[in-house]
Design a protein around this ligand. Structure first.
Ligand code: DGJ
Length: 711
């Protein structure tokens, strides 16, 4: 990994382990993108401005085809800009030009900062790049400083533009969905058009996820082909625009959504955008995912917990809903401990006014009817059983009939002359206000300390509507400040309570993104705990996000969302694909069923370090086949685990041999239920797999017995 600037050719070259990212400073001091893809190319290898465009003679065409590294709205430019501003005199033509740059290197990360200036108005734009040892990833973001004398309003502000493949026939992959059915993989051919992936919901949203992949010629598979991919680290309104222009150049621009957007920069003020991560691989979608997983685990996730497998979590929400009390939770905790749970979470319903979803939010006081002695005795009991105590909160919300709403009507998001839209009978607190941020941090901090909480489930159950202004100035919108303050509360809680695990839940997977991944430890992948649906949810989720964070597991049957009743074994095996949760009624299970569940928890504990810290290979897609298979391999390739599931197997369907991946070719492996096989045989010939009908599933452990001695 290295960043260099060739002063003779005026070319920046960013080398990752296997790729090159390069751009040039033109004579007119605009930045021109040159290359992003395979190989470690030198500045001299790269087609500079004149060579790329030599067959065009007219200047207008030359300018139009320019691949601006980061385009400012203005001049002869009609594509998605990185930045659009309105200067105080009404001029909306931004002309930033190269000024200077700096290259730094520290702790396995190299950084480049390139400063551009619109001299007439004193607007300074810095483009940031960061590379990581061992990863073919380029992080990009921008910061903008107003060095002028008057305020500047940014009406569009993006983190970066990436230029994947040129030419026609490429394909875009992205994630879509809705509540209970998040993370669906969509693949669509790119045409001369503009495709917008976005959220306007105030959170990253269930509809689209801020991740994309583009594969060359639409020809990549899970294991082969050129794939450019990226993810935006933003948990509010975001927008990724994928364009193929009249010259068949593909541009991907990501950052804040322009929807209802305006950001005022007073003189002297700086604003820094979220990161837009980009990556490239020649080895297909699986390789792209593994790169993002490694990136998330090694560089993004709260460091202290990133390398520790997640505990087994028990949560009674799907069983008792709001109908909870101390006695029942205590008894349940004993049962949960007996089956091997390591965290016991009290979900919604523990605070005053919360017998259903019509009240209580904002007044975070323990309900004395349900917990006469408060939560601390229960928490201590849970700890004495060897588990951490977990608690549900929904800090961003307020019930209109709460004391908080009466005392601080000005803390609620909305326009003064309009009535706010109620969703799930609740309104949203204006976390963009620093006062609200401080209040939120301090009651959460106290709650964690006073009760002795080891696991905090942070929920968020509605989108933002009637999002007003921060200061009354109509150019001062709350969208960005809301998310920045949210991160701030999380970061401070993480710093003050480093041992606490923080779950990110937003009606399941409504706020899944790298912004939240940087401040939380686990995600509620979906509210949908149906085992068959989990096979698909996990496939989509893991396109970008690491399995260690994928919270989900054994849910109650019949499933509350689709009414399906999957057998316990199948539900348990599906639960083992990520971070294992149990949400079943332990009171009504027979001793045999409890023993069975205990066995599954033990099995899970024996494989979870491979699942959470190893590499994921999605062997058989649940979307495309009547069965599915996932494989996880430890980093040193000494251990693997295969999880296979029958979905809708036709009578006498023969499952093709399952060819494993990522093993040591020359090593000999013990395989549960099979004779030992070499890595080469397991990967080439494959494992004969029998799945007898729907809901048949297998967990197969593969353990290296003798490295390099198979032949
Ligand atoms: C929505 C979450 O996704 C559920 O897991 C549960 O915590 C409920 N909210 C509680 O109201």
């Amino acid at each position: 990994m290295a960043i260099s600037f060739d002063a003779e050719l005026d070319v920046f070259t960013l080398h990752t382990a296997n790729t090159t990212y390069a751009f040039q400073v033109r004579d007119d001091r605009r930045l021109l993108h040159l290359y992003w893809g395979a190989g470690r190319l030198n500045a001299a290898d790269l087609p500079r401005d004149e060579q790329v465009f030599s067959h065009h003679h007219e200047e207008s065409v030359r300018v139009e085809r320019h691949r601006e590294e980061y385009a400012a709205q203005g001049g002869y430019f009609f594509d998605e800009p990185g930045i659009a501003v309105a200067y105080a005199d009404g001029v909306r033509d931004c002309a930033v030009r190269y000024d200077s740059h700096s290259i730094t290197s520290e702790g396995g990360r190299d950084e480049l900062a390139v400063v551009l200036i619109d001299a007439q108005y004193g607007l300074e734009l810095t483009l940031h790049y960061r590379l990581y040892a061992g990863l073919d990833i380029v992080d990009r973001w921008a910061s903008v400083t107003n060095r002028g004398l008057a305020a500047v309003v940014a009406t569009s502000l993006k983190s970066a533009t990436f230029y994947p493949a040129e030419g026609r026939g490429h394909r875009l992959a992205h994630l879509s969905g809705r509540w209970g059915a998040e993370h669906r993989i969509e693949r669509t051919p790119l045409t001369q058009s503009r495709t917008v992936l976005e959220s306007r919901h105030g959170i990253s949203g269930h509809d689209n996820n801020p991740w994309f992949a583009i594969d060359r010629g639409g020809a990549a598979t899970e294991t082969s082909g050129d794939v450019w991919f990226g993810a935006l680290h933003w948990s509010g309104n975001w927008r990724i625009t994928v364009e193929q222009d009249r010259w068949d150049q593909v541009r991907v621009t990501g950052g804040y959504n322009d929807f209802d957007f305006a950001l005022t920069l007073e003189p002297g003020a700086t604003h820094t955008t979220p990161i837009f991560t980009g990556g490239f691989t020649t080895d297909g979608f699986g390789s792209a995912s593994r790169m993002l997983h490694r990136y998330q685990r090694s560089w993004l996730a709260p460091a202290l917990k990133a390398a520790t497998p997640r505990p087994v979590i028990f949560n009674s929400w799907e069983v008792f809903w709001f109908d909870i009390n101390a006695e029942q939770q205590l008894a349940l905790a004993e049962q949960a401990a007996a089956v091997g749970a390591e965290v016991f979470v009290v979900d919604d319903g523990w605070f005053v006014g919360r017998d259903d979803d019509h009240g209580g939010l904002g007044d975070w006081v323990v309900d004395p009817r349900k917990f006469p002695e408060g939560l601390a005795p229960l928490a201590r009991h849970v700890e004495s059983l060897g588990m951490a105590f977990g608690l549900w909160v929904e800090p961003e919300m307020v019930s209109p009939n709460s004391r908080l709403a009466a005392e601080h009507p000005d803390w609620i998001i909305g326009f003064p002359t309009r009535e706010g839209t109620l969703v799930r009978n609740q309104l949203v607190l204006n976390l963009a206000l620093d006062e609200v941020r401080e209040w939120m941090f301090s009651w959460l901090d106290e709650l964690i300390g006073n009760v002795g909480i080891g696991y905090l489930k942070w929920d968020m159950n509605r989108y933002l509507t009637e999002a007003g202004f921060l200061t009354g100035d109509q150019d001062d919108r709350i969208w960005v400040a809301y998310v920045e303050n949210l991160y701030d509360v999380f970061r401070r809680l993480q710093a003050k309570h480093p041992e606490v695990l923080f779950e990110n839940c937003a009606s399941g997977g409504g706020r899944v993104d790298f912004g939240m991944a940087a401040v939380s430890d686990l995600v509620s992948r979906s509210d949908n705990g149906d085992a068959l649906d989990i096979l698909k949810l996990h496939e989509g989720y893991t396109q970008a996000y690491a399995p260690i964070t994928a919270g989900g597991g054994i849910g109650e049957v019949p499933n509350g969302i689709n009414g399906r009743t999957a057998p316990l074994t199948f539900r348990a095996h599906a639960g083992m694909l990520g971070a294992f949760h149990i949400s079943v009624n332990l009171f009504t299970m027979t001793p045999e069923q409890l023993a069975e569940l205990t066995g599954f928890v033990e099995l899970y504990k024996s494989i979870r370090s491979i699942v959470h810290l190893g590499e994921l290979h999605r062997l058989v897609s649940a979307w495309e086949n009547p069965y599915a298979a996932y494989q996880y391999v430890s980093e040193d390739r000494s251990q693997a685990v295969v999880l296979a599931f029958g979905q809708f197997l036709q009578f006498q369907f023969i499952v093709p041999r399952l060819r494993l991946r990522g093993l040591d070719e020359d090593a000999l492996y013990e395989v549960d239920g099979y004779k030992p096989m070499s890595g080469a045989a397991l990967m080439g010939l494959g494992l004969p797999l029998e799945l007898h009908g729907d809901y048949d599933s297998r967990v197969i452990r593969v353990t290296r017995s003798a490295p390099g001695q198979s032949r």
